[in-house]
Ligand binder design. Structure first.
Ligand code: SF4
Ligand code: SF4
Length: 448
């Protein structure tokens, strides 16, 4: 007689069986999967992960959701390359996020894991005042030379993963910069469009200049730019880490923040956030109070490159006579299916030389917080990317996502390459405002 005690699985009603059933197990997604390429295991492939989800959830028993099961499910980058490759249209990203949410509801997580997860996802990311304070402290830490002392002292080597995280910390811009973003920025010249803007949470702390550049470029193209203060974190990191209910609450707050604004589009420059914002309509499809509002919100969301490529863009006049290669953020390419627009927009810059990057459609290993949770695999994936980047001999690697910018810049520094990672919109901003390459090289040297 079996002594196995079943534990009823909590949250199973949120799993989209119909979408899971679309998989025909053909395996055509396997050659596109970075973890399968690196590890060669079926359980680290999209098909294998779908099998793991199905077999565990069909049992309606929480026991199979053990650490080994979670290891395969959390080793996925959520890069969604398998979605692009899949001929049956399996929504892998959505199923993965649902599976992680079910796991988090049933798993016996340690007290320290619960503490950190609550602190980061619920107490810090959605709280602008706390985020401001933390990044002001980081700015002071760097500005006052404490970072230099800490790095020289060798203490980081003794701090394990925390020390590793410190080395990933980019140079934080002066905190006052983000307060220069206005609620409403007028168009330059005639107003052709009225658009909303989402500066993001971490994006606005670390890449404030990119946000300001985005607003300037929109204004140059006749946009009045509305940046409502009531908006909050988009919830992308929450979704990737199994905090689906909390992400839904953040989604509602963002939808409400833009509800009363008459806008032609809502613009985002961060690919990871953009993919999550465009999928609010899926996240809230069963919430009768928000189904329609979420659909309306998501349908207005556009990546900056997508918007500029769609309107009659005013071409910039400033020349940037440099070699630029473009790396595709997974959540822009696979999550939003935006491929040609960033290249088209970059091509409007006079004298720019755009060089195609081999495997530009492969993940760089950043993937949200993957470089912190899976540092070794993340570095292996980055190494392959950096070899292709080095082969281009470009001056600039353009990419439209904060995580990818940080990851690639770290790869550039590690290899000692004479290159910079920049958001495409920053290059456009320089071209609109006639900054010379020398000006911006000096600017970005000070910045990085
Ligand atoms: S999301 Fe990326 S890493 Fe995960 S299974 Fe799909 S291709 Fe592989
Ligand atoms: S996810 Fe798509 S490509 Fe991969 S095995 Fe299933 S049906 Fe085939």
């Amino acid at each position: 007689m079996s002594t196995h005690q079943t534990q009823p699985l909590i949250g199973l009603e949120t799993f989209s069986w119909k979408k899971w059933d679309a998989c025909t197990h053909c395996g055509l997604c396997l050659p596109s999967c970075p973890t399968y390429r690196e590890l060669g295991l079926e359980t680290d492939s999209p098909r294998g992960r779908l099998y793991l989800m199905g077999s565990a959830f069909k049992s309606q028993d929480a026991t199979p959701l053990n650490e080994e099961w979670a290891e395969y499910i959390y080793r996925c980058l959520d890069c969604r390359a398998c979605e692009t490759a899949c001929p049956s249209g399996v929504h892998f990203g959505e199923l993965l996020e649902q599976a992680r949410a079910i796991y988090e509801q049933n798993a016996h997580r340690s007290t320290s894991h619960k503490f950190w997860s609550n602190l980061v996802f619920k107490q810090i990311l959605p709280n602008k005042e706390r985020l401001d304070l933390i990044f002001e402290m980081m700015w002071l830490y760097q500005k006052l030379g404490i970072r230099w002392l800490v790095q020289k002292s060798g203490i980081l080597k003794l701090m394990g993963q925390l020390g590793q995280m410190e080395t990933l910390l980019p140079k934080i811009p002066p905190p006052r910069l983000k307060y220069t973003i206005q609620d409403i920025t007028p168009a330059v010249g005639e107003t052709r469009y009225r658009v909303g803007f989402i500066p993001g949470c971490i994006m606005n702390q670390v890449f404030t200049e990119t946000n300001l550049a985005t607003i300037r470029v929109l204004a140059e193209n006749g946009c009045e730019v509305v940046t409502p203060r009531k908006q909050t974190c988009c919830g992308a990191l929450h979704l990737h880490n199994g905090e689906r209910d909390f992400a839904s609450e953040l989604a509602k707050q963002n939808i409400d923040a833009f509800e009363d604004e008459q806008l032609d589009a809502i613009i985002i420059n961060s690919a990871g956030c953009g993919a999550a914002l465009k999928e609010y309509k899926v996240l809230l499809e069963n919430d009768p109070n928000y189904t329609e509002k979420a659909e309306n919100f998501s349908n207005r969301m556009q990546d900056i490159s997508e918007f500029l490529a769609e309107i009659e863009m005013i071409p910039p006049k400033g020349e940037i006579p440099l070699r630029v290669t473009y790396d595709e953020p997974c959540h822009l390419l696979h999550g939003q299916r935006v491929k040609s627009q960033p290249r088209d927009v970059l091509q409007t810059i006079p004298e720019i030389e755009l060089i195609e990057l081999t495997e530009s459609d492969w993940c760089c290993g950043s993937a949200g917080i993957y470089n912190i949770t899976q540092p070794e695999l993340s570095q292996e994936i980055l190494e392959r990317k950096m070899q292709h980047i080095a082969d281009t001999e470009a001056d600039i690697v353009a990419t439209g996502n904060p995580g990818c910018l940080l990851q690639i810049q770290q790869g550039i520094q590690k290899r000692g390459l004479d290159m910079k990672a920049m958001h495409p919109v920053t290059l456009l901003d320089y071209a609109y405002h006639g900054l010379s390459p020398e000006d911006w090289i000096e600017f970005s040297n000070n910045r990085m």
